[in-house]
Design a protein around this ligand. Structure first.
Ligand code: ZN
Length: 243
């Protein structure tokens, strides 16, 4: 399969030390998402709603402390909210899986770390969630497109009426091809995303956000030094959604 702009291209464009750093960052994040030991105290603030009004409320069967949140009424333990908080796989298996995934392994090849194929699929998606938690939050304005924004498109006629109906006041049209076309960057990004997703032979809408996180994460990491510190700064501040 052609992968001119896709994941393989991203990985090939990195120097070995960049690849090493990318793996190191992911492993660091994975370690932070692993289940807590029974002796680990849960945080005082609720990991779900952030409410500081929590009280101790009994212990789990394994002896781990639980706390009850007065804000959302739910209870939690030290692992609650961690992307890999309920995993049965040991840390070493996760580390081997993460390495295979970053190297572009298929689900079947990645399963060689000693897990069934079905588990390989869910591990891929858990790691995508870990990557998502490392990315800066995407903020969109209250309305879209944002009031006062200039919308740039190519010369397709359809945009004129569609954007007018959406109430867009400022619309600039550009040539869509040619060496200096202003839309080249966004078109290149679109091609790269298409090539990246093509590797997976059809991605369900429900899983798409995870693959997007993987794509963004790989591109951020490739930008080098600053991106690495950006990713590091974002660690632990993301939100998790376990599918
Ligand atoms: Zn709460």
């Amino acid at each position: 399969m052609e992968d001119r702009f896709g994941y393989g291209a991203i990985v090939r464009a990195m120097r070995p030390e960049e690849r090493e750093e990318m793996l190191g960052l992911l492993l660091e994040a994975v370690a932070g998402e692993m289940p807590a030991g029974a002796e680990e105290e849960p945080p005082e603030a609720c990991p779900r709603c952030g409410c500081p009004r929590t009280v101790r409320r009994g212990r789990d069967a394994d002896g781990a402390q639980r706390r009850l949140c007065r804000g959302c009424g739910r209870s939690f333990r030290a692992s609650t909210g961690r992307a890999l908080g309920t995993t049965k796989q040991p840390a070493a298996t996760w580390a081997r899986y993460a390495e295979a995934m970053l190297a572009g392994a298929t689900l079947r090849d990645a399963a060689a770390c000693g897990v069934p194929l079905k588990t390989s699929f869910s591990m891929r998606h858990r790691l995508c969630e870990v990557m998502a938690s490392m990315l800066p939050a995407f903020e969109a304005g209250p309305g879209y497109p944002v009031e006062g924004a200039v919308v740039s498109t190519d010369r397709q006629r359809g945009y004129v009426r569609a954007l007018a109906e959406m109430g867009v006041a400022a619309h600039e049209r550009f040539a869509s091809s040619g060496p200096r076309a202003p839309l080249n960057r966004v078109n290149a990004l679109h091609s790269a995303l298409k090539a990246f997703l093509a590797r997976f032979g059809g991605v369900s809408t429900r899983r798409l956000p995870n693959y997007l996180a993987w794509f963004c994460w790989a591109r951020e990491a490739r930008r080098g030094g600053d991106a690495a510190s950006l990713l590091r700064a974002q660690m632990g501040s993301g939100t998790y959604r376990t599918s």
